[in-house]
Design a protein around this ligand. Structure first.
Ligand SMILES: [Zn+2]
Length: 95
């Protein structure tokens, strides 16, 4: 996938996994860094507070777009990295 740059804001539309972890804000309710999770059926990525002493333990799940591996369209590849920025920005906006 191509990495586009939004000229108006100067911000990238895709970010790396390392950038996601480096720029995600702590849980707004307890101040701990959220945990990153992902899954395949259905494909999703998630940020969640796993602090057992947090009263809210918020989690945020984003559906991940999948693209077929080939023309048979029987196998799919989830585009996790295409959604890192969306996940981080939503979490950082505090819902
Ligand atoms: Zn928390």
């Amino acid at each position: 996938m191509n990495e586009e740059t939004n000229l108006q804001t100067g911000t990238e539309t895709t970010i790396t996994y390392d950038m996601l972890l480096a720029t995600v804000l702590p849980c707004p309710f307890c101040g701990q860094k959220p945990k990153y999770e992902y899954g395949y059926v259905p494909a999703y990525i998630e940020l969640m507070c796993i602090n057992e002493y947090c009263h809210v333990q918020p989690s945020l799940i984003i559906d991940v777009k999948c693209t077929p591996w080939d023309e048979t369209k029987t196998t799919f590849k989830p585009e996790f990295e295409q959604h890192y920025k969306e996940l981080r920005d939503k979490w950082n906006r505090r819902f």
